[in-house]
Design a protein around this ligand. Structure first.
Ligand code: C2E
Ligand code: MG
Ligand code: MG
Length: 708
């Protein structure tokens, strides 16, 4: 310690004592006179601010000490002057004796806390304490506290903002935290949600409120205990208050756990709906193909035990026509209403399913006899046969049914379904609106068709197709005006009639490439004939579904160099049946090009005279079936007379097909028919023979020639 006036105080034991006392103070210490002169200071004071022993002397002015202190690096944020002014003002301000604390920054960023006490006799007694470490540690604590608070807030937000209920327990099964959804799901009272509540108390309460799980209350509690003890994940579903809750148990490292609680009532309902939809048809609400096949799989076992079962395939006849002409909305409604009627025709144990489109299947079991099945099939046909009313439309439609019986026709689903389908096919072929049981031989028929189809696919490439030509005799001019091109197939199994393979080609879509080949081949052949002889080519209805038909015909004519006026196209009534605008447009386009259009095989099929008015045909060909008993059946004669009369009045050529006898020839000539085609005049001929016939110009009717 240093003293101002060594003389006045002397080397007294009291001064020594004071000196020793001051040096033992752990803080810096100094005394300033009321005139701001340094009176006393200790070693700690010097060390805090970095003063050397020679720097300070008694009576030194505060200003000088501050200057010196600044130079050493203390209070670096202020100038020495500013610091002096602030500090002296502070000293003056606390002359009332109040103890005043303030902090200042010393060298090296250390923080010194100073405390002044004013003593009127002595001046200011000032202590200086280095609080850097103390402050640092309280700041760290503060920061940690803030961080924790922030984390808590975040956890709180997370816990309360998830939609699932959440409940955390410590290793002793006491509640640590739970969130708002948890409280809400179980409608828990306040007393059960405070931290420390035993989980078992909560469970007790839940069971009192009517919670149910798979087993008893004790089962549930035992299960929870097991899961908790095992430290494994666990999951269960229980009912509470009419809701379905899924509980998941997630163990934590410390032996505690978190359970999540999710209300899955709606989810379960949606799942049930999806399961239902996967096995039902949305339009009719009937079981769908999936359920039908599932049921069939069960039935296989019953069949194996000797049960008799019937599988019925049901198909609406000409449904496509309804869709095409009245639109899909009406089509859908028709399916729906038909579904209702079919369902009405079945018994409780029967399974009626919609397989798709206008196809239904009915599984009858058990059944006693074929006669019983026939009754049901008949009921079904009749149920659909009554007219349907949809909006302002009355729709007459029918159903065909194919039946397969187990175990007679087969014992497995695949076989039964296939055979019912084959029987259905047969019912359709028999004129529809009827039912048919599967019969042996049907599969061979189908096999045969498949064989023909496969052969036909390769026929073009293998060069197995050829054309023959049948001349038509113009009765007025007594010469050939037209020659019909007819397709022949010399298959590997021998020749196959077009009447047999054309329908198969149509069904398989093969008629499109084959028809194009016929067209090109016919045009190329005809170009060598005399200019006044036309070639007639048969067109299938299926070919009209091809948008390019008109351009294909145009290119066939151009490639062969045949004028359009020398081509006749033969179409049948079935083409006009669909009343398709695109078809009519194509026909008009062709006619505008100069191509002639004939109505072939008129009189069979739908035989509506109105078709003759729907398009300005150039020719009507009366089907050869009318010729057969022309001389014996007066009805046929009347029809032919009417058609010829109509043709004449509409300005159409009329051709009698299938004229085989001189008698028939005379009859149709007398009726005013303009043209004849038939074996009497000429069978279809190979191209060379036909060319010869055209060149010889000898068309006196001859005896029946050998057909090609
Ligand atoms: P369609 O167009 O009515 O052809 C006439 C059929 O009557 C031919 O049978 C012909 O051989 C046969 N026919 C001719 N004169 C007589 C006769 O005096 N008596 C009898 N009973 N029959 C006679 P084909 O060649 O067997 O053809 C059958 C049907 O196949 C054709 O009937 C036609 O609808 C179709 N067809 C033939 N070629 C083609 C073709 O290239 N394309 C298409 N789409 N169909 C064809
Ligand atoms: Mg024809
Ligand atoms: Mg014909």
């Amino acid at each position: 310690m240093r003293a101002i006036d060594a003389g006045s105080l002397g080397e007294l034991p009291g001064a020594l004592l004071l000196d020793a006392a001051l040096e033992s103070i752990p803080h810096g210490f100094c005394v300033w006179s009321p005139q701001f002169r340094l009176l006393m200071w200790n070693q700690n004071y010097c060390e805090l601010y970095g003063f050397e022993p020679h720097h300070l002397h008694a009576g030194m002015a505060l200003q000088s000490v501050v200057d010196l202190s600044s130079r050493i690096g203390n209070h670096p944020e202020q100038t020495s002057r500013d610091f002096y002014e602030a500090y002296s003002a502070e000293l003056l301000a606390n002359r009332e004796g109040a103890r005043l604390k303030s902090q200042e920054v010393a060298r090296g960023g250390r923080i010194i806390e100073t405390a002044h006490v004013f003593n009127p006799a002595l001046g200011w007694v000032v202590t200086h304490e280095d609080v850097t470490e103390e402050i640092a540690s309280t700041e760290a604590i503060q920061k940690r506290k803030l961080e924790l608070e922030r984390q808590n807030l975040r956890l709180d937000a997370a816990v309360n903002n998830i939609s699932q209920g959440l409940c955390m327990c410590d290793p002793r099964g006491r509640l640590v935290i739970c969130n708002e959804p948890y409280v809400r799901i179980y409608n828990l009272p306040d007393r059960l949600v405070s931290p420390g509540t035993q989980l078992e108390d909560i469970l007790e309460y839940l069971f009192e409120c009517g919670m149910t799980s798979g087993g008893t209350r004790d089962d549930y509690i035992a299960w929870r205990r097991d899961v908790i003890a095992s430290g494994q994940y666990g999951k269960t579903v229980h009912q509470f208050n009419g809701r379905t809750i899924m509980m998941q148990h997630h163990p934590m490292k410390d032996g505690g756990w978190v359970s999540t609680h999710e209300d899955i009532t709606e989810q379960r309902q949606i799942e049930a709906r999806i399961r239902y939809l996967a096995r039902h048809d949305a339009l009719t609400d009937l079981p769908n193909r999936v359920q039908f096949l599932e049921e069939m799989a069960h039935v296989e076992a019953a069949i194996a035990r000797g049960e008799q079962v019937a599988v019925l395939y049901i198909d609406l006849d000409h449904f496509k026509r309804v869709n095409d002409t009245l639109g899909h909305a009406v089509g859908d409604e028709l399916i729906r209403q038909a579904g209702v009627r079919l369902w009405g025709a079945t018994r409780e144990n029967d399974l009626l399913a919609r397989l798709g489109g206008d196809e239904f299947a009915l599984l009858l079991r058990p059944i006693a006899s074929e006669a019983d099945v026939a009754k049901v099939a008949d009921r079904i046909v009749k149920a659909v046969a009554a007219p349907f009313r949809i909006g302002q439309h009355q729709i007459d439609i029918s159903a065909s049914v194919g039946v397969a019986m187990a175990p007679h026709d087969g014992t497995d689903t695949d076989t039964l379904v296939k055979k019912a389908d084959m029987a259905l096919y047969k019912a359709k072929a028999e004129g529809r609106s009827t039912f048919h049981f599967f019969e042996t031989g049907m599969d061979e028929e189908l096999q045969q068709r498949r064989h023909i189809e496969a052969g036909l696919r390769a026929a073009l490439a293998r060069d197995e197709l050829r054309l023959v030509f049948q001349p038509l005799l113009d009765l007025g001019q007594n010469k050939v005006g037209c020659v019909e091109a007819l397709l022949r197939w010399d298959s590997a199994d021998g020749p196959i009639s077009p009447a047999q393979f054309i329908p198969i080609a149509e069904e398989a879509g093969l008629i499109v490439p084959i028809g194009e080949w016929v067209l090109r081949q016919a045009c190329r052949t005809a170009v060598a004939w005399p200019d006044e002889v036309r070639v007639a080519v048969n067109l299938s209805t299926v070919q009209f579904r091809n948008k390019d038909l008109v351009s294909v015909i145009r290119s066939a004519l151009a490639d062969a160099g045949l004028p359009a006026r020398r081509l006749e196209l033969e179409i049948t009534e079935s083409l006009l049946l669909a009343d398709n605008e695109a078809t009519l447009r194509a026909l008009h386009q062709l006619r505008a090009m100069g191509v002639r259009i004939s109505m072939d095989d008129f009189g069979i099929g739908y035989s509506s005279l109105s078709y003759l008015r729907s398009f300005p045909f150039d020719k009507i060909k009366i089907d050869r079936s009318f010729m057969r008993d022309l001389t014996t059946r007066s009805g046929n004669l009347a029809i032919i007379r009417a058609v010829i009369g109509l043709g004449q009045s509409l300005g159409m050529t009329t051709t009698a097909e299938g004229v085989e006898t001189a008698e028939q020839m005379e009859l149709v000539r007398n009726l005013g028919c303009s043209e004849v085609q038939g074996f009497l005049f000429s069978p279809p001929l190979p191209p060379e023979a036909l060319a010869q016939l055209l060149a010889s110009r000898s068309w006196a009717p001859r005896a029946l020639q050998k057909a090609s």
